[in-house]
Design a binder for this molecule. Structure first.
Ligand code: CAA
Length: 284
């Protein structure tokens, strides 16, 4: 089973990146958003990301145009009908995702494999709403998608071996390193990363050190590209909060509970980089 026609539902931070790396790999891509406005914003993200590579001399203008030419932008889910693989990358909300998969299940040909880029919801639960749980898998990319090399391929008890192998091959074709995980809360990376990022917030909340010193500690002491408070801001504080709620619900372990300061910041509209304010000020 080889995926050559790819659909990506959602053209935000993650969806635009997935569409970009798939088109860069020479695949035929359909990218879908709910409105023309969001579609234009998503397309601009892809253009900006490819533009960086052109500016640095790593991509020619002709190749950039060819990559963009391989992506069809649409607001209709019906355009996913002929796809071999459709990756959903919409907001981390179970009900929204379940509804999309119900619609995709109807719109797509029976052979289409459906995948979710969820970072924390159960792939099994998403698959159960469709008529094709054997052709359903998790494909979890990392932000920024064009840069981060990892894709978690998440297999449920119902995912077929053929679909799992094809999903790994797709990730490799997109230039990524696939790792295989079972459908357990947070898979591999968020199961380990989320308690660390929450601990950094607790340490800051308890006044142990300044935010800069907490971040510098991990950057210069452990070689991380970003400190934990910077990374919380980068992922998005609302996203971190919701991931924490989902993982705490699954494991009932305090290390997954969103820290009170994180909750207050989200309530105040401090969502990290995307809102201009989080642990740091990005308004300038
Ligand atoms: N899109 C495309 N390319 C980008 C980019 C973006 N948004 N951001 C950076 N880049 C590229 C740059 O063009 C540059 O490319 P070259 O090496 O080819 O020149 C390269 O990435 C490095 O960028 P910069 O020099 O501008 O900046 P930097 O060295 O500070 O790196 C970073 C930026 C790559 C984001 C780096 O800080 C980093 O790796 N941070 C950690 C990110 C991380 O941990 N992500 C995972 C988050 S967890 C997640 O996603 C899962 C989840 O479920 C929550």
């Amino acid at each position: 089973m080889e995926f050559s026609k790819i659909g990506v539902v959602g053209c935000g931070q993650m969806g635009s990146g997935i569409a970009e790396v798939a088109a860069k790999a020479g695949l035929d891509v359909v990218s879908r958003e709910v409105s023309d406005d969001l579609l234009a914003k998503g397309k601009a993200k892809i253009e900006k990301s490819l533009g960086r590579a052109v500016d640095k001399g790593k991509l020619s203008a002709e190749d950039r145009d060819a990559i963009l030419g391989r992506i069809k932008f649409t607001t209709s889910l019906d355009d996913m009908g002929d796809r071999d693989l459709v990756v959903e990358a919409v907001t981390e909300d179970l009900q929204v995702k379940l509804k999309i998969f119900l619609e995709l299940d109807k719109a797509c040909k029976p052979e289409t494999v459906l995948a979710s880029n969820t970072s924390s919801l159960s792939i099994t639960e998403l698959a159960a709403g469709t008529s094709r749980p054997d052709k359903f898998i998790g494909l979890h990319f990392f932000n920024p998608v064009p840069v981060m090399k990892l894709v978690e391929v998440v297999k449920t008890v119902a995912s077929s071996e053929e679909v799992t192998d094809s999903a790994k091959a797709f990730a490799e074709k997109c230039g990524k390193v696939p790792v295989l995980a079972k459908d357990g809360g947070g898979f591999i990376v968020n199961r380990l990363l989320v308690p660390y990022l929450f601990d950094a917030i607790l340490v800051y909340q308890n006044g142990l050190a300044t935010r800069e010193d907490i971040d510098n500690g991990m950057k210069f002491g452990c070689g991380h590209p970003m400190g934990p408070l910077e990374l919380n801001d980068f992922i998005g504080l609302d996203t971190m909060y919701y991931i924490g709620l989902i993982l705490f619900e699954e494991f009932k372990e305090p290390r997954f509970a969103p820290p009170p300061l994180l909750k207050r910041m989200v309530q105040a509209g401090y969502l990290g980089r995307k809102s201009g304010r989080g642990f740091y000020d990005y308004s300038k």
